[in-house]
Ligand binder design. Structure first.
Ligand SMILES: Nc1ncnc2c1ncn2[C@@H]1O[C@H](COP(=O)(O)OP(=O)(O)OP(=O)(O)O)[C@@H](O)[C@H]1O
Ligand SMILES: [Mg+2]
Length: 539
């Protein structure tokens, strides 16, 4: 039987527009809301990254309290309190309930948040799993108030209700209370406590307290009372631009000419470079308004940028964890028998976006992951000082580490070794592979930097492991010789008529002395290598 044909007109009767909130309501897994444990950790992650960004921007040492209370079967009330700058009343709806809005999106600087999605995503997730609005209390320098906030999903607009003014100065910071359904609190590698612990370890200036659903309190106190140096906001470098970026910037600038727009908006563009651009692009009038820039102009400009020799971007835009802290974090989490830390020099990816890689290698102790009694190598990933607990399989960090030829470093099988590799990437823009921000895209330059850093760290581990192997060989030789000393002394006594005990004492003392001297030599060699590595790191 012939299929009934349907006309385009009929099909298109169904044609509708959707809002971005509607899209995420249907595709909440893209925001990280898949899996019960993961979903709860994700909301904590979104709120905590926001509190840290806000406190650091306001110049306040962060004090954060995370309280989780069970309110029913797989249902929890989460309360996150910070001592940051708060949110002015007129922005609170948009900040916390309008997907794709915030203060960080257009900035070119190292921050934890960069998309303007996280907080609104939490409001949406609360609403679609419990039907409730979130409750917010905010205190800024000028006002204090509380209110309920939800999202009108069909048009991605905030709904702010029950606004009540509080006495000015009665509270400073932000408290968000939100209830979530279909989620689970669990003490595991992917749970909230582990997330907060890892956050605290690479951010020693923060103080975090967790009250779990059983009322148990866990404190991660501040260990450094100075704020880390605030990363500088920089201008985008011409080599990091694509045609669409350039066009977007051109259409909102207040500059009146393309030439002044380029000088004002991007790093390293001087009048000399404009002269060079004019020479390379005689067909484009650089004195016309940037608003008249066409796609064709933008494409030609981007190609011309690549033909010019530029000074690299400013690197003081990055704020690292730091070698000392990477080592302290590793020792604290894993108590390993061996640690080596490597901090690479800043580099750029996509031609002009600065980033830097720091790594730590830990061996022995609690390094590696133990599952059903079997140990395997594992990777602790961080991006802009935020722990990444999910989507490791698709992450550029894992890709780089897994591609290492382990046998070259005396490790037969990474998957069966007590080894942990901590990798941290800091950048003015982290190229996440999804809006859930749990895995870093496999950008060639980033993957290569991680590989080089890990290989460097593994060279020190290799020296350490071959030291152990040598020691074991010497030790077993020593034990074997000592086992035969008594018999040998008795035989020699018969031949020489010297008392067996005297020969045995002499022989033992001779072997002991030689063995101690051998160990001392090896120790001195290792120390020398250690200081050579330290010197190389300082260089
Ligand atoms: N605790 C807070 N204190 C002050 N301002 C906040 C706080 N939490 C959120 N904000 C404001 O709300 C905005 C939106 O937050 P949201 O998490 O949605 O986006 P983001 O942090 O900018 O980017 P991302 O989606 O990558 O997290 C932030 O840009 C910030 O201006
Ligand atoms: Mg955020």
């Amino acid at each position: 039987m012939a299929e009934k044909r349907v006309s385009a007109e009929e099909i298109f009767k169904e044609f509708k527009e959707h809002s971005i909130s509607e899209f995420f309501r249907k595709n909440r897994q893209m925001l990280g809301y898949a899996g019960k444990v993961r979903s709860l950790t994700t909301v904590v992650h979104e709120y905590v990254t926001n509190t840290l960004d806000a406190c650091e921007e306001a110049g306040v040492l962060p004090e954060i309290i995370v309280k989780i209370k069970s309110t029913g079967e797989e249902r929890y009330l989460l309360k996150v309190t910070d001592n940051g700058p708060g949110i002015p009343k007129k922005f609170v709806g948009k900040a916390l309930a309008n997907v794709l809005s915030g203060t960080k999106f257009q900035r070119y600087m190292q921050q934890r948040g960069q998309q303007g999605i996280g907080a609104a995503g939490c409001t949406l997730f609360s609403q679609i799993t419990t039907g409730k609005k979130i409750h917010v209390k905010s205190g800024t320098d000028k006002e204090a108030y509380e209110c309920d906030i939800g999202i009108s999903i069909k048009d991605n607009k905030p709904v702010v209700e029950n606004i009540a003014d509080l006495e000015k100065g009665s509270f400073k910071g932000l408290i968000v209370e939100a209830e979530f359904g279909g989620v689970k609190y669990e003490n595991s590698d992917h749970g909230v406590a582990e997330y907060l612990k890892r956050t605290a370890l690479v951010n020693p200036h923060i103080s975090v307290r967790l009250v779990d659903p059983e009322g148990k309190e866990m404190a991660f106190p501040r260990s450094v009372s100075e704020m880390p140096q605030r990363p500088k906001q920089i201008q985008p470098h011409p080599l990091g631009l694509e045609s669409s970026d350039l066009l977007d910037f051109a259409h909102v600038t207040e500059s009146t000419k393309i030439s002044s727009f380029l000088v004002d908006s991007f790093a390293r563009v001087t009048q000399n470079k404009i002269t060079e651009l004019k020479r390379l692009l005689p067909g484009i009038d650089l004195s016309k308004s940037p608003r008249e820039m066409t796609w064709d102009d933008a494409e030609k400009l981007v190609l011309a940028f690549r033909k010019i020799k530029w000074i690299g971007p400013e690197m003081d835009s990055l704020s690292l964890i730091g070698e000392k802290q990477v080592e302290a974090a590793i020792r604290n989490i894993l108590g390993p028998e061996f640690v080596s830390v490597v901090e690479r020099k800043p580099k750029v990816f996509r031609g002009g976006i600065p980033f830097v890689v720091e790594i730590g290698v830990a061996y022995g102790g609690s390094a590696g992951r133990v599952t059903d009694g079997a140990v395997s190598g594992n990777i602790l990933r961080f991006a802009n000082k935020v722990p990444l607990l999910f989507d490791g399989g698709t992450c550029g960090i894992s890709e780089a580490v897994k591609g290492i030829q382990w046998k070259r470093y005396n490790i037969d099988d990474f998957e069966a070794s007590p080894i942990s590799i901590l990798v941290s990437v800091c950048s003015v823009y982290i190229p996440y592979s999804g809006v859930g921000k749990q895995s870093v895209a496999q950008e060639e330059e980033i993957v290569e930097e991680i590989r080089l850093a890990v290989m460097d760290g593994l060279r020190s581990l290799q020296r350490y492991l071959s030291g152990i192997k040598n020691k074991n060989t010497q030790e077993s030789k020593y034990n074997t010789i000592m086992r035969y000393v008594s018999q040998l002394s008795a035989d020699l006594s018969e031949l020489t008529e010297i008392k067996s005990e005297i020969i045995e004492k002499e022989l033992k003392s001779f072997v002991d002395k030689r063995y101690s001297a051998l160990l001392a030599d090896e120790k001195a060699e290792t120390a020398q290598e250690g200081s050579a590595v330290a010197e190389a790191l300082e260089d």
